[in-house]
Design a protein around this ligand. Structure first.
Ligand code: ADP
Length: 403
């Protein structure tokens, strides 16, 4: 390959027990290598590294994120990229919660790292893990600029009526309670791609984007700016997800505490890990759910119906909020790969100009594409998301400004 490591951005998405990474050129989108370290802190940790079309796997105990990242660098060196010697243009970190403080890609120094740590109260499951990745990368690549790209950033400017929860305003202000929204990097990237694909100015489009992965969220975007989104203070709100319920009567929390005698951490676990599709059907992977449905499993059928019902509820709400829509787009694991979900979410809406062409919807095609009939008033699209590329580009822009 022609490029040297210095042209590349290393993108790190650090979770509580995993590190996903990609080394890519933000200009050409060429991915030099990618991989994932899983089960950090356990005895059976594993790293899978992909470079030049070849996959390598290593299983050994990995004590913490720094040890994990050190192993990542070893794998890079073994596949022709000695990042610690050659350097990289930047390291881009996905950070889940930027709170009110961060709404732009931000160069990380000690103060920024401390502020990300302070935001852990808002995202206790995510920000500490993101920070572990940041601290490890800063220690191992001390000369590389490190940039934080926040999942909440795109939604920073949500209109007050959309972001305000109707609770005691003083309590809300004291505790940073508002809708922040997540998956912002994906919603921004995908809505930008939609405008490109349609050959339209983003400023003149009303869009609804469904990011349907393990986590799932919807956004309503007018003229390139979000006017509403389904996730809230935390990623629990909104659509039904793999293991999260999405919208709930908040009274359920108090009821569980009083009647089921669950403490707050148990309730948090129930809602984050044991609810959603998994809570209803026992599985959280959509492919397994479909298999169960095909065997006649009624719980799986109900889980699917609840999932689609919620999608349609948000679709209806956002159609009205936007006063009409030009494009509806599906992205992420389920959105990109399940024609059934797309068809069911939009069934029976021809009177609103919303139609899915069955052949286009089910065609084996991994590219960004339109799946509505060419003459339908509303464009329905499938657009693969690429959060790593968006983070790499954002990091690159920050670093270019330093030169
Ligand atoms: P994450 O939120 O972890 O980034 P992804 O965007 O990778 O998640 O999406 C994961 C989800 O996508 C899983 O529920 C998985 O079952 C689903 N998925 C992946 N491939 C397919 C497929 N071919 N058909 C249906 N669902 C799929």
């Amino acid at each position: 390959m022609g490029e040297t490591a210095e042209d590349f951005v290393l993108v790190i998405n650090s979770g509580s027990s995993s590190i996903k990474y990609q080394l890519l050129d933000p200009e050409s989108s060429v991915v030099a290598a990618s991989g994932i370290v899983e089960r950090i802190g356990e005895d059976d940790s594993v790293i899978q590294h992909r470079a030049d079309g070849e996959s390598t796997e290593r299983r050994e105990p990995i004590a913490d994120h720094t040890a994990g990242l050190r192993l990542v660098f070893e794998m890079f060196a073994a596949t022709g990229h000695d990042l610690r010697r050659e350097g990289v243009r930047a390291v881009g970190h996905r950070v889940v919660h930027g709170g009110e403080v961060f709404y732009r890609p931000t160069l990380i120094d000690d103060d920024v790292a401390a502020a990300i740590s302070d935001l852990s109260a808002l995202a206790p499951l995510h920000n500490p893990a993101n920070l572990a990745g940041i601290e490890s990368a800063r220690a191992l690549l001390p000369d590389a600029p490190q940039v934080a790209v926040f999942d909440t950033a795109f939604f920073h400017g949500l209109p007050a009526a959309a972001k305000t929860y109707a609770i005691d305003a003083k309590v809300a202000a004291a505790h940073g309670i508002r809708k922040y929204g997540f998956h912002g990097t994906s919603h921004e990237y995908v809505s930008g791609r939609v405008a490109e694909l349609l050959g339209r100015d983003p400023g003149e489009l009303n869009q609804i984007v469904f990011h349907l992965g393990n986590g799932a969220s919807a956004s309503a975007i007018r003229g390139g700016r979000p006017v509403d989104t389904s996730m809230g203070l935390t990623p629990l709100e909104g659509l039904v997800m793999g293991t999260r319920p999405g919208d709930l009567d908040p009274g359920i929390v108090a009821h569980l505490a009083r009647s089921a005698h669950l403490d707050i951490d148990q309730i948090d676990t129930l809602l984050n890990r044991d609810s959603g599709i998994k809570g209803l059907s026992g599985v959280n992977d959509f492919r397994e759910l479909r298999r169960l449905i095909e065997t006649g499993d009624e719980a799986a059928r109900l889980a699917y119906d609840v999932y689609v019902h919620r999608l349609r509820r948000y679709l209806g709400a956002y159609l009205i909020e936007l006063g009409g829509v030009d494009a509806i787009t599906f992205t992420a694991g389920v959105g990109e790969n399940s024609p059934q979900v797309r068809a069911d979410a939009l069934a029976g809406l021809a009177r609103f100009g919303i139609e899915v062409d069955p052949a286009a919807n089910t065609a084996e095609n991994r590219a960004a594409r339109r799946i509505s009939p060419p003459d339908a008033p509303v464009a329905v699209l499938v657009v693969p998301t690429n959060e790593e590329l968006a983070i790499a580009r954002a990091a690159r822009r920050v670093v270019d400004r330093l030169d």
